[in-house]
Design a protein around this ligand. Structure first.
Ligand SMILES: [Zn+2]
Ligand SMILES: [Zn+2]
Length: 147
């Protein structure tokens, strides 16, 4: 998550605003989401929460993440079907996905956002979001392949 351009609202304030009770577990999960770089999977978050709350179940973590999603704190990333990944970057952006290490890199693409919609789009329904996913091999993986 980009910490620099985020307003510094405390987790308790955020929870109050969306009407969620600030339980210690929720606060911990929220903090972990803010700490982890990139697009953590629910499994990654679960592993971290367990360090402080050893008896917490995966189900609880997953349900909490779903609540956060419902309240617009995070977004689900709909690909890499092996795992549910969460996005803490709520600004409009696109993804570069590394097919090897599954890293997701955020980027903006203003030119693309301005391209007119294809003809016939109104026959399919109404568009709510425009998102592209570029798939490839990230620089770290490229480097590894050369060594
Ligand atoms: Zn990679
Ligand atoms: Zn993202």
């Amino acid at each position: 998550m980009k910490k620099d351009n985020k307003p510094a609202a405390s987790p308790r304030e955020v929870f109050k605003r969306i009407g969620l009770r600030a339980t210690p577990q929720r606060l911990e999960i929220y903090e972990i989401l803010n700490e982890i770089d990139g697009h953590p999977a629910s499994e990654d978050i679960y592993e971290r929460v367990r360090k402080r709350f050893p008896s917490i179940s995966f189900d609880t973590v997953y349900r909490t993440l779903s609540q956060f999603e419902k309240h617009g704190l995070i977004k689900k990333v709909h690909h890499l079907a092996d795992k549910t990944r969460y996005d803490t970057n709520m600004m409009h952006h696109h993804h570069f996905v590394c097919v090897r290490c599954k890293k997701i890199i955020d980027f903006t693409w203003e030119e693309l956002d301005r391209v007119p919609m294809p003809e016939g789009v109104s026959q399919w329904g109404s568009v709510e979001d425009r998102y592209v996913e570029l798939r490839g091999i990230c620089r770290d993986c490229l480097k590894e392949g050369k060594e």
